[in-house]
Structure formats: C-alpha cells, structure tokens
Design a protein around this ligand. Structure first.
Ligand SMILES: Cc1cc2nc3c(=O)[nH]c(=O)nc-3n(C[C@H](O)[C@H](O)[C@H](O)COP(=O)(O)OP(=O)(O)OC[C@H]3O[C@@H](n4cnc5c(N)ncnc54)[C@H](O)[C@@H]3O)c2cc1C
Length: 394
C-alpha cells in the first residue's frame, strides 16, 4: 500500500494548482458580480470570450481531455489523475463542471456509441467541440424514475418521442441530448426504458425555460413534441436504458466529491490566513480555542474525505464495484463542505457574509450537491441496503 501520489500526478497537481491561482481565482469577483446582475436570466457567468481564453490556456497547460484516450486526441490518464486535477481546479469557484468534455459522459459514450454515433456525436464530443446534456428527470420522476411519463412509440419503423424533462443541466447549450424514455410502459424500469441520442436542433425539441437555483448553474426544462428518432439513435439496447448509464454514476459522484474537497480546502486556507491576520481584544483569532478547533476539525474533515475520495478514484481505475462507496463518498464530501464553509464564514465575521469573498457563493453552490446525482437520503439507503444484504466489506 502506497499513500503517496505517483510523481507524475504530483506534478499535475502542481500544474493545476498554479493554473487555478493564476488563471481562475483572479476572475472570481467578475463571476460573483455577473451572478447578481443576471438575476433570473441564464446569462453565462463567464463572458464566452474569456471562457474560451481560459480553455485555450488550460489546454496548453495539459489540463483538458485528461481522461480522453490518446487515440481520440486526449491524454489517456487515469481517473485518479482526473480526481487530483478537479480537486485543484475547484479551489476556485469558476467552471461548475470543469472543462469540456463533460467527464462522466466520456466513458459512457466511448463504451456505447456505435455506427454513425461515433462520427456524429462521440468524436466531436471528445474534442470538446460538441456539448452533451443528459435528460432523465421529469416532474413526476426524479429519485424514483418509475414515475417517468415521456414516451417513445414505434411508428412506421421509427420512434416518435413525446413528453417533457425538467432540471436538465446545459440543455440550452447542448449540441446533443442523451434522453431516457419509456418504450414499454408494461415493463417500466424492468426492460421498458430506452436511451436515445438526439440532436438538440431536431424538429420538435424546445428548451423554453431555465430554473434559477440556489447554485451557480441553471437547469432547464425540455419539451419533446413528436420528435422523430431513427433506430441508429438508440444508445445501447432498446429496453436497457440504464445499462449505458451505470458506469457514469460513480464517475460523477467522484467528480462532485473532488469538487467539494477542493472548495473546502480553499475555505480552510482562507481560515488559516485570516486567523493569523485578524486581531480582536488584542490577540489574533488564531489564539482562540474556538477558532483553533474550527481549523483542526476542518482539516480532519477534509483529509479523511480526501482519503476516501482517492480510494474511490483508485477503485474506479481498477473497475471495482463502487456502488456502495461512491454513495458513501458523495454523502461525506457534500455534507462536509457545507460544514467547513460555514465555519469559514463564521471566522470571517461580517466579511464572511459579503460578496467581497467567495465564501457565501460557495455556501450556496454546494447546497445543490446534496440533491443532484441522487439526494443524500437515497445514497444512505443504497449503502444500507448493500450492507444489510452483503455484510461489511472489512
Ligand atoms: C441544479 C440541478 C441540476 C440538475 N441537472 C439534472 C440533469 O442534468 N439531468 C437530469 O436528468 N436531472 C437533473 N437534475 C434533477 C436531479 O437529479 C433531481 O432533482 C434529483 O434526482 C432528485 O429528484 P427530485 O427533485 O424529483 O426529488 P424527489 O425524488 O421528489 O425527492 C425529494 C426528496 O425526498 C427524499 N427522498 C426521495 N427518495 C427517498 C428515499 N428513497 N429515502 C429517503 N428519502 C428520499 C430526499 O430527501 C429528496 O431530496 C438536476 C437538479 C438540479 C437541482
């Protein structure tokens, strides 16, 4: 057992940390201001030209396409490498989902795209030239997809799709959509759902409204009105909607957890600096036991989460079954960051409540992570079911 990151990953971590300090953190004030100014609109938080500049610099620094195979123009690195880099980039509040391509969809599409799908969707996606979105949730189907209403009906050798999706990230900017529908209501979740790849511009698809949220990105509603799909637009097998999506779940959970560890570490760094700088009643805050305990507890919370996170990334690299522990790490990381940022806000006093610092922004964006990609309660349920059925893993 070796708890040291390999030399190559330590270098990548340093590169990502430097990049975050030089290229991301200086734009945070702009993002915070634009978030206030945009109100209910879905104006991007970074001006597109600035986003492109940052992307170009990130690519030049070797921080884009880490997980994309070399045969597709990427760097072909491990999931642990991705984890370490995401964690460093997320010392900043920029880029809610990191750099394109959207990480969890990479492996899913690599494993499942076939025929025309490879040229049309997979290749542009892996180059970062086409954006995906994944549309599962509906007003009556979130944690429990058995309530899904959206139908794909077979007619004259084609599929006709009708229905609506809700809270779909990136939907308005997506070039193609990964859409789960009901194809056999009798079978429902047991063989009656199918995933389609649809062009976002296909006739009958509309994205009428964004939902402003507590966080930094706004998901959208999508309507499908007699959208025609061909057989070659089915991802995987008819009736097996979730087979292609299975591998995706652990990856996104790992990515969310790495994001939380990165943001929490940023908060802890700020706490340590401020505790040494700020004096009250003639002594620095660092001399107060309450403050020392916030710092010690935050270090403990972050470091223990990071260990479990790296183990999850390692398990993903080794293709181990991560269903139980991906849930554990997601719950741990998403709840941990909320506690750490709250301590940081308290330590900064009045300043911690203002938009002069990124803390209040962080405190809001991380709230979403306890719901998206499965609410904490559902993850606890997944863990408990596994433990009650299979016993302890140690
Ligand atoms: C910002 C944002 C972005 C999103 N992006 C996407 C996207 O890109 N694509 C997509 O398909 N969806 C997306 N979603 C939807 C998201 O995945 C769902 O909101 C989430 O799965 C929860 O479903 P729900 O909202 O229907 O809540 P429900 O399923 O109605 O659950 C409500 C609450 O009930 C509790 N609960 C539910 N089930 C259980 C249980 N078994 N045991 C105990 N408690 C339970 C939990 O506390 C849960 O929070 C997004 C949502 C948000 C807010």
């Amino acid at each position: 057992m070796d708890f040291q990151l390999p030399e190559e990953l330590r270098m990548m971590r340093e590169t990502a940390a430097r990049f975050t300090t030089r290229e991301l953190i200086p734009h945070e004030a702009l993002v915070i201001r634009r978030e206030v100014e945009r109100g209910f609109s879905d104006t991007p938080l970074l001006p597109p030209e600035l986003e492109q500049q940052i992307m170009d610099k990130a690519r030049a620094a070797g921080l884009v396409g880490l997980e994309v195979p070399e045969s597709h123009g990427g760097l072909g690195l491990s999931i642990l490498a991705k984890c370490v880099v995401v964690e460093q980039l997320k010392h900043s509040i920029l880029f809610p989902f990191g750099f394109a391509p959207n990480f969890p969809d990479v492996f899913m599409l690599l494993e499942n795209c076939r025929g025309d799908q490879i040229e049309k969707y997979l290749k542009p996606f892996l180059k970062g030239e086409a954006q995906s979105c994944i549309a599962i949730t509906e007003p009556g189907a979130g944690s429990d997809v058995s309530g899904m209403q959206m139908r794909a009906v077979r007619k004259e050798g084609k599929w006709i799709l009708n229905g609506s999706k809700i809270y779909i990230t990136h939907a308005r900017y997506a070039d193609f959509m990964i859409v789960v529908t009901l194809t056999d209501p009798e079978k429902g979740t047991r063989g009656g759902m199918t995933t389609f790849l649809l062009d976002a511009k296909q006739p009958g698809i509309s994205v009428p409204s964004a939902y402003p949220t507590v966080g930094d990105y706004q998901p959208y509603e999508i309507h499908f009105d007699n959208v025609v799909a061909e057989d070659h637009q089915v991802l995987g097998q008819v009736g097996q909607a979730f087979a292609p999506l299975q591998g995706r779940l652990g990856l996104r959970r790992m990515e969310i957890a790495a994001t939380c560890v990165g943001l929490a570490t940023r908060c802890l760094k700020m706490m340590i600096e401020q505790a040494k700088l700020r004096q009250t009643f003639g002594v620095p805050l660092a001399d107060r036991q309450a403050v020392q305990w916030w710092i010690a507890d935050s270090y403990r919370d972050i470091e223990l989460t990071r260990l479990a996170l790296y183990k999850l990334a390692w398990d993903l690299d080794h293709k181990n079954d991560v269903r139980r522990d991906a849930s554990m790490v997601k719950v741990q990381a998403t709840e941990m960051v909320g506690v750490v940022v709250d301590r940081a806000m308290q330590l900064f006093g009045g300043m911690g409540m203002t938009k002069a610092l990124p803390l209040e922004y962080i405190s809001r964006v991380v709230r979403i992570y306890r719901v998206v990609e499965g609410p904490s309660e559902v993850h606890r349920w997944v863990m408990a079911r596994d433990l009650l059925k299979n016993g302890l893993p140690f």
